[in-house]
Design a protein around this ligand. Sequence first.
Ligand SMILES: Nc1nc2c(ncn2[C@@H]2O[C@H](COP(=O)(O)OP(=O)(O)OP(=O)(O)O)[C@@H](O)[C@H]2O)c(=O)[nH]1
Ligand SMILES: [Mg+2]
Length: 335
Amino acid sequence: MAAAAEVAPAGAGSESPAPPVCVLVLGMAGSGKTTLVQRLTAHLHSQNSPPYVINLDPAVHELPFPANIDIRDTVKYKEVMKQYGLGPNGGIVTSLNLFATRFDQVMKFIEKRQNTSQYVLIDTPGQIEVFTWSASGTIITEALASTFPSVVVYVMDTSRSTSPITFMSNMLYACSILYKTKLPFILAMNKTDIIDHSFAVEWMQDFEIFQDALNQETTYVSNLTRSMSLVLDEFYSSLKAKAQIKQQKEQLERLQKDMGSVAMESNLLADSSDTSALGPSDLIMTRGTLDEEDEERESDTDDIDHQVTEESHEEPAFRNFMQETRMKYQNRSSH
Ligand SMILES: Nc1nc2c(ncn2[C@@H]2O[C@H](COP(=O)(O)OP(=O)(O)OP(=O)(O)O)[C@@H](O)[C@H]2O)c(=O)[nH]1
Ligand SMILES: [Mg+2]
């Protein structure tokens, strides 16, 4: 399992709750996005900070977590394929496009829940390109990022990235998503129970070590990869620079105390009249009423909660990153 979060209970230590952080989970097919969302959900429940969970994968068979909003309730992916005469990828793109046309309703549901959920977790389709390169992916990402502090968690299947060339293509994808979304970016090295991720960290930190690994490759692609690795060096250093921001945490926290409570007020008020006027949607369905939902969530996550307790020693890096994102967002919106 990759990095996991440690969070404070919702609204702890603050009178006016901070806006929820939207965590957009992206990654190659089978990299472990859904499993990570499940574990984060379970962990947050165990911390008494239930997240708001959104599934944007219309083709998933079974979700291992209770989603508050599920694209499958709105768009029937197989029907879309039949009706438009599309294959699986075209079906996913069109389903997402149909869903994106009404994403304003999803935003209203998130806004309604912003006092109770510290995090909004968003699982995305396995065919990553249909989300990252389609209009709907952009609409959804921009809608979220313009209203809430948002981060991308890029899940990398470490066990499938042991070849320098595969690792490189995965990183190129990550890099292009960072440049496209321009959002704070976490690279989650997943499946570290299968293989230790230190080789990948070394490759990112030391150009020479990566070159040595590449020298073992004799394919013609290794020349291209060598050139590309120069480009990616800059991407890695920008990720490292983000890690260094942690050192400014104390100063930022002081700043948050001064400005944090004021920052979101305008945002919270902006649509409050809209939200209260919102009737039941015939398009976007949440699962049950809020009360039912809370009960359901508790029982649904009973099993997975047990798995998380063994990880209670996890380092708080993820939490710090989220706090920084929220603070930067608050500072930005207060100007
Ligand atoms: N060993 C190991 N297996 C994992 C881990 N995370 C996920 N898996 C397995 O990897 C497979 C794919 O996991 P998913 O969570 O469905 O991956 P995904 O990225 O959501 O897949 P798509 O939505 O199809 O792209 C499943 O068999 C999981 O059990 C992990 O941390 N360790
Ligand atoms: Mg999935």
